[in-house]
Design a protein around this ligand. Structure first.
Ligand code: ATP
Ligand code: LTN
Length: 335
C-alpha cells in the first residue's frame, strides 16, 4: 500500500453468519466488486463477526464460518498484500470506538433504524442492546479507517447516513477528527433476486434452500437450482416488467457474461426457458469453479489462513489505533 495516500479508501464488511456463507447475490452484488476495486482504491474489507452476535449464533458454527468467510474473500481474489483484510473482533479498536460512538448516538435516532425494527420483530425473544446499538459499531468500523467510500446495499444506506450524522456531531464538538464517508454503488452492482420468489432479494438467511445459490455449491447443485427457478407462463426470453423470474436470470447472465439484455434476448430467440436456464446455470457454475477450487486449496492449509488473519489484524490495528487515540484524546480519556 505504498501509494495508499493518493488513492481513495474504500471500506466494507460482511457478516459471517447464515448457512453456507456467501450467496451468488453476495458475490455479484458485493464481493466480486470488492476484488475489482483493489487496483483503483486503497481497500479495507472485514468479516463483521461482532455484528453477527447481535442475533444468537451457535458458537462452533460462528467460529467455523468466520474462517470460511475470510478464506472465501481471499478465494474471490481479494489480495491481502494489497488491501487490509481482517476479522472485526481481532481489532479491538472496533469495540472500543463502538462504545464511544454509542455515547454520541441518540436513543431516538437508533430507534428509527429500519433494520433494528425488522430484526427486533424477527427475533422478538432477544431484542438485546447490541441489536439496538448496531449502527454505532458500524459507524466505528467505518470512521476508524477514515473511509471515503463505503460500498453497501440499499438496506445499509440508513446506517451510512447515521454514520455521517454521528461523525458530524463529533467533529462539531471536537474539530475535524473523522472523514465523512459516502455510500458507493459500484458500476456493476446488481441486485440478485430469490430463484423461488423473484420479487424478494436472494438472501443467505432465506429458509428455502432452492431460493439461493451458494458460492461453494457444486456444479450439479447449481444446475439443479437454476432448473427449478420460478419463471412465468410465457416462453420468450426478454427483459420486461412483470417477468421477475426471467429478468433475474437475465441479470445474472448479463453480470457474468457482460452481455446486454438485448444481446441475451437475441441469443435465446426461438429457444425455450429450459435452454436458457441451463445456460445461466452453466455460466454461474463456470464462474464459481475457480473460486471453489481456490477456497478448497486455502482450507487445506488452515494455519496459513490463520497467519493471514493475524497479519491482517495487525495491519488494520495500526491504522485503527491512530484514529482511536486521537478520539480518546479529544474526549478527555487519560492516555
Ligand atoms: P442476510 O440474509 O443475513 O440478511 P444477506 O445475504 O442479505 O444476509 P448481507 O450480509 O446483508 O447479506 O450483505 C452483504 C453484502 O452483500 C452487502 O453489501 C449486500 O448489499 C450484498 N448483497 C446481499 N444480498 C444481495 C443480493 N441478493 N444481490 C446483490 N447484493 C447483495
Ligand atoms: N451491516 C453490514 C455489515 C457491516 C458493514 C460495516 C458494511 C458491518 N460493518 C461497515 C460496511 C461498512 C451488513 O449487514 N451488510
Amino acid at each position: 500500500m505504498a501509494d495508499g495516500l493518493s488513492k481513495k479508501r474504500i471500506l466494507s464488511g460482511i457478516q459471517p453468519s447464515g448457512e453456507g456463507i456467501f450467496t451468488l447475490g453476495n458475490y455479484i452484488g458485493a464481493v466480486r466488486n470488492w476484488s475489482r476495486m483493489q487496483e483503483e482504491f486503497d481497500c479495507a474489507y472485514f468479516i463483521a463477526d461482532l455484528h453477527s452476535i447481535t442475533v444468537r449464533q451457535d458458537p462452533k458454527m460462528l467460529k467455523q464460518q468466520t474462517l470460511s468467510a475470510f478464506a472465501l474473500l481471499l478465494a474471490c481474489g481479494i489480495d491481502p498484500e494489497k488491501n487490509l483484510v481482517f476479522v472485526q473482533s481481532h481489532v479491538h479498536e472496533h469495540a472500543e470506538l463502538g462504545w464511544i460512538m454509542s455515547c454520541y448516538s441518540q436513543f431516538g435516532e437508533l430507534s428509527r433504524m429500519t433494520q433494528f425494527k425488522d430484526k427486533s420483530s424477527k427475533h422478538a425473544d432477544n431484542v438485546n442492546a447490541g441489536l439496538f446499538t448496531y449502527p454505532a459499531l458500524m459507524a466505528a468500523d467505518i470512521l476508524l479507517y477514515q473511509a471515503d467510500l463505503v460500498p453497501v446495499g440499499a438496506d445499509q444506506k440508513q446506517h451510512l447516513e447515521f454514520t455521517r450524522d454521528v461523525a458530524t456531531r463529533f467533529n462539531n464538538l471536537y474539530g475535524e477528527v473523522f472523514k465523512l464517508p459516502e455510500p458507493y454503488i459500484p458500476p456493476m452492482g446488481a441486485k440478485i433476486m430469490s430463484l423461488q420468489e423473484p420479487d424478494k432479494k436472494m438472501s443467505k438467511s432465506d429458509p428455502n434452500p432452492k431460493s439461493k445459490v451458494f458460492i461453494l455449491d457444486e456444479e450439479n447443485v447449481i444446475l439443479k437450482k437454476f432448473k427449478s427457478a420460478v419463471t412465468d407462463s410465457e416462453t420468450e426470453v426478454v427483459y420486461r416488467e412483470g417477468k421477475d423470474g426471467i429478468n433475474n436470470l437475465m441479470t445474472i447472465y448479463a453480470s457474468i457474461t457482460g452481455g446486454t439484455y438485448d444481446e441475451i434476448a437475441q441469443e435465446f430467440a426461438g429457444k425455450g426457458y429450459g435452454d436458457f436456464k441451463v445456460c445461466v446455470g452453466q455460466c454461474v457454475a463456470d464462474e464459481l469453479k475457480p473460486v471453489r477450487e481456490e477456497y478448497a486449496r486455502l482450507m487445506q492449509d488452515k494455519k496459513y489462513v490463520e497467519e493471514l488473519m493475524k497479519k491482517g489484524a495487525e495491519n488494520a490495528g495500526y491504522v485503527a489505533s491512530r484514529t482511536l487515540n486521537k478520539v480518546k484524546k479529544k474526549v478527555g480519556l487519560y492516555l
